[in-house]
Design a protein around this ligand. Structure first.
Ligand SMILES: *Cc1c(COP(=O)(O)O)cnc(C)c1O
Length: 379
């Protein structure tokens, strides 16, 4: 049996009849950049995320970059973030000449630990950039409290977490700015790159609209030095179709995650500490995890991954090297041991297939093979 990490063909097969006319509409219009499809998607995403403004951009990375540009982040400024995320989170800080300053993660959730924020904040801190990793919101109340006490803006990297909730409020609507990615493997994925910046602040929204188009509102008149960070109409048309299915897909991912955790508990592997399943909210806890990834901690992780691969099961390590140990950040002066929880996570995590179309038999197969791996190594 084959179990890919993600099966986008299965998703497309289910919505093909809705997607084709949407693509045709754009092709017939020959209007490809921004325009009515992008504006419609912006309104729909703003309503979905519970914010006043949404600005379509070329990728999640560009969304983060333009959000920091709109806040005026400049060389020498510090931005506090997590060391355990996709590279873009810290990359955009460095691209502006600013310094990524890390605060270690909470081992239970893999998200930045608010208790460690105080130590990372200095008089040069100009923004805090928490990430809602794997589809679960960071613990935002203490993060926002620390930021507000010092007048520092908060940008949420919600690239993996569109539709996730924190105490009943949607990811992206919690800080001053939120950023979503529409990379194909995200819960809401386009047919290429795309992203969205959301905010309740009309002035920030206006700045981002300008920066997205080389800082120009009137053609060939430039108020600011921006870039080409535009979303295209074909992506918007696809995303508008998919947005209608997003909550259903995320619910299926949550159900799959719950089932994995139940099946894995049944193997006894949790009691033997061979694997740890992701923290799932207790019923009544209003946090809403959308499981862009279902991520285990696993003993002998690399061996398990190779064993599963040989059994036809796709898995991934998000992420094998924490950001503070990336070669390109050697100049920041961080060293191994500085952020021990991030380093431990990097050595232990393994994400399993959790996509909505996954069949029960496929999940059974995955759990059986994991059990088999540790069973063989019991002695
Ligand atoms: C995917 C992702 C990004 C970047 O999004 P792209 O659309 O691929 O540029 C940034 N941060 C996190 C946490 C992501 O998962």
């Amino acid at each position: 049996m084959n179990v890919p990490l993600l099966d986008l063909k299965a998703q497309y097969a289910a919505i093909r009849e809705e997607i084709r006319p949407a693509l045709d509409r754009v092709v017939e219009s020959q209007f490809f950049i921004l325009g009515p499809e992008v504006e419609a998607l912006e309104s729909e995403i703003a309503a979905y995320a519970g914010v006043r403004h949404a600005i379509g951009v070329s990728s999640g990375t560009d969304g983060l970059l333009v959000a920091l540009m709109a806040l005026g982040i400049k060389p020498g400024d510090e931005v506090v973030t997590t060391p355990f995320s996709f590279f873009a989170t810290a990359g955009v800080i460095a691209r502006l000449g600013a310094v990524p300053v890390f605060a270690d993660i909470d081992p239970a959730t893999f998200n930045i630990d608010p208790a460690l924020l105080g130590r990372a904040i200095t008089p040069r801190t100009r923004a805090i950039l928490p990430v809602h990793l794997f589809g679960q919101c960071a613990d935002m109340d203490p993060i926002l409290a620390a930021a507000r006490a010092r007048g520092i803006p908060v940008v949420e990297d919600a690239c993996q977490s569109i539709g996730a909730e924190y105490k009943g409020r949607k990811a992206g609507s919690l800080g001053d700015l939120g950023v979503f990615s529409f990379f194909p493997s995200k819960n809401l994925g386009g047919f290429g790159d795309g992203g969205m910046v959301v905010t309740n602040d009309p002035a920030l929204s206006e700045r981002i609209r300008l920066l997205r188009q080389h800082g120009s509102a009137k053609t060939y008149h430039h108020k600011l030095v921006g870039g080409n960070f535009r979303l295209d109409a074909l992506q918007a048309a696809v995303l508008r179709v998919k947005l209608k299915h997003l909550d259903g897909w995320s619910a299926a991912r949550r159900a799959n995650a719950a089932r994995y955790s139940e099946l894995l508990a049944g193997t006894g592997l949790l009691d033997r500490s061979a694997v740890q399943v992701p923290v799932r909210e207790k019923s009544g806890d209003p946090n809403h995890h959308i499981f862009n990834q279902y991520t285990l901690r696993a003993r002998k992780r690399d061996g398990l991954q190779a064993f599963l691969k040989a059994a036809g099961i796709g898995t991934a390590v998000y992420y094998p090297v924490p950001l503070h140990l990336q070669e390109c950040f050697a100049g920041l002066g961080n060293k191994a041991g500085d952020f021990p929880e991030a380093e431990k996570a990097a050595a232990e995590v393994l994400s399993l297939p959790v996509y909505p179309e996954l069949a029960r038999e496929q999940m059974d197969h995955v759990v059986r093979k994991i059990d088999e791996f540790y069973g063989e190594r019991k002695a």
